[in-house]
Write a protein that binds this ligand. Sequence first.
Ligand code: C2E
Length: 882
Amino acid sequence: MLLELVQGVALLLALCFLYSVNIRLLRRQPTLQQLLSGLLFGAICVVGMLKPLQLAPGVIIDARSVVLSMATLFGGPWAAAISTAMAAAMRLALGGAGVGIGLLVIVWCSAAGLAYRHALRRGRVHARPLALLAFGLLLHLSVLGMFQGLEPAAVARVNSQLALPYLLVFGPATMFLGWLLQDVQRRLHTESALADSVARLQAITQSIPDPVLVIDDQGHYLEILSPDETQLIAPAADLLGKRVTDVLPADLAERVMGHIRDCLRTGKPASFTYQLQALGGPSHFEGRCQPLATLVHGRQAVVLLVHDRTEYVQAEAALQESEQRLRTLLRDIPSISVQGYLADGTVTYWNKASEQLYGYLANEALGQSIFDLIVPPAAQADARNDVAQMFATGTPTPACELHLRHKNGAGVDVFSSHAYVHVPGRPPELFCLDVDISSRKAAEERARYLALYDALTGLPNRRLLRDRLEQVLSGNLRTNQCAAVLQLDLDHFKTLNDSQGHVAGDQLLVEVARRLQASVQADDTVARLGGDEFVVLLHNLGTDPFQAAAQVRALGDKILQRLRQPCQLGAQEHHSTASMGATMVHAAPCSAEELLKQADLALYRAKEEGRNTLRFFDPVMQAAVNQRLQLQAELHKALRQGELALFYQPQVDAQGRIVGAEALLRWHHPEKGLVAPGLFIPLAEETGQILALGRWVLETALRQQGQWRQDPVLAALNLSINVSARQFRQAEFVAELRELLLASGADPRRIKLELTESLLLQDVEQVIAIMQALRSLGLGLSLDDFGTGYSSLGYLKRLPLDQVKIDQGFVRGMLQDEKDAAIAHSIIALAHRLGLGVVAEGVETEAHHRFLLAQGCRDFQGYLFGRPEPLADFEQRAKATA
Ligand SMILES: Nc1nc2c(ncn2[C@@H]2O[C@@H]3COP(=O)(O)O[C@H]4[C@@H](O)[C@H](n5cnc6c(=O)[nH]c(N)nc65)O[C@@H]4COP(=O)(O)O[C@H]3[C@H]2O)c(=O)[nH]1
């Protein structure tokens, strides 16, 4: 009986072998594997039932309980179902008295195996040998229990002969089969996991772009995995089996071997960098050694992972170079001061230009507070706020002009830009880039100063004066306070300038400025308008105009008094006086310009009245001013609208024959009728309109003479034309005349330009040069109003004149006044001695005529011979007397 049981166990071993083959072969097809396992287990049951232990007819004992329980435990539900079905079918086919119990055993064993499998999966039991043994014993104890349902003879045999061997064989057999099946499964799992792991490792290794080398403790290359052989010193095939020391340069090989030995000795990874002439060219590598846990070919070995860091090294070198370049640039750039500082103002960077600009050396500035170093106390609060704001937002404030401080305390004007720099891992910094604009600022300041101040005296100029005057005017409207404008100029300043030079003149002006400033309150204004013209603006003189005027009078007199005090000009003591015009400002709607004109007019009056005095502007003066202004405008219009005309006054010889005429200007005013030149020529002289008028006169008179030249009777007539001093001084005067002579066709020998003695107040040498130039054009020159002006007889000798005109004042008085008679006589005699012609003008009576004839005068002009008259009348007269 034991033999049969052992036979059953042998079958089980065969089962194990077949099962292991099955699951190994069908590892990748689990369902098929389960089906086959089921067939296998079923087949074993069938085979076992073919050679069973026969207890009684139709009652058989075999190992199906072991097979089915383990088939369902390890084979799974499909295997359990198939094997159970096959075993049940076989048992049914065998039939007999034990068929029912036999089927029950089949189903029970399968169910018990499934239950064990279920509990095992849930972790409630385990499948160690002892547990399997306990399961086997319990299972077969329960099967013995089922056998009690057999017919009594079979039961008796079971209980007496079978029970113990049955339990002793099938209990351990169950354990043994379970253990074997479990081992087969475990082994398979291990193999599969190993294969997976190897595959994974291979995939990982192949995906590494860097070479992976296995090197033993002797330096032999055992394995080389390199997707790119250019990273190796030689092709992998050539390296394998060689030693590091055979391939690498000696010093590098030594280093590498040192790291390999260290790695193997300590068991810890080691890394190192090196350079190598690889197949792809000179390269930088980082090697990482990792000791291998197993021996390779019986030797210790390391895995060496070689990472090519050439690009990184090159990029780093380029970065360093660029950084170095930038650092040098920032440090040495001479015109941009760069400072870096932290949020609390601690200076972290200070370039050379900053040393220059702010006076602190880098080692003095670094670590100090930027606020303490260069920010003036008054700007501290704002600067700290701005800096805090910039650090808080990371946004620098827009570039702007700042006024900072040098170490020596002097102000420094800069154009400042900011950059916020935050390098990860370091505290944020603010960089200031300052460009020195001090000289530009100073130039602007100087330009502003020069635009508003007089460079010589430092006093406000006309522009600033006007601004201040306007301020005073608008302030006065509000406060009803009186103010005054005092204009003054120095008497005979020109004489000082001409005689002692401009240096002395400038000294005097500076001294006058000083005295004026010393005479007024600090908030009053003393201005210089130019030349020797000064203006004093007094304000806050109270609301009573009379008291204010009295104050002004007192102050004006005091100023004149002070200016009369001698002044030391170099070695000489100079005495000078000034004339002053004043005008009061009292809530009158008057412009600054008008006030200055009023003061000027008053000054003019003061000069007219003998200088060295103060005159106030009054309304009569104002009326005159208005009249003048109106006249000026009208004169302008007159010229444009052809309201001017020339009258001609005859000049006669000793026999009373008309030998020429003087052209005299007349204005046919649309409302006032004919206006004499005495009413508008002086104004035209002042305003400069005389230049346009004079040109018109010259043009008209020359054209007239040009026409007379065509006329046989009139061609011989001389024509005298008045030329004002201002006209004469024009740079282009001679050229203009040359042009006009050409254009008009006039005969220059018949033209006499009448010049006045006021010309001689100018640079006499220049006057003479111009006169000579005029004479070289063929023109004659006559000195008008001779004896009334400033001419010295010395000049008379030098002037290239043709004629002098005795002023009508002497002619008029010579019959009553001996002095006038003497002067007239002297002029005639002098002219004769100098070889000059002489014309007496203002000859009104026969007595005048006779007297002058007796004195030797041969040419005359005056009402006695004809008044100035229109052209047609004159021409008629001239022709009639020809
Ligand atoms: N009482 C009196 N007066 C006589 C007599 N004979 C001539 N006159 C006046 O004396 C002035 C002579 O001219 P003037 O001395 O050059 O003095 C001129 C001259 O200086 C200036 N003038 C006139 N026309 C011109 C001109 O075209 N250009 C310039 N620059 N000045 C001119 O205006 C001044 C005055 O000119 P007019 O009023 O035309 O006055 C003229 C003339 O009418 C006389 O017998 N008795």
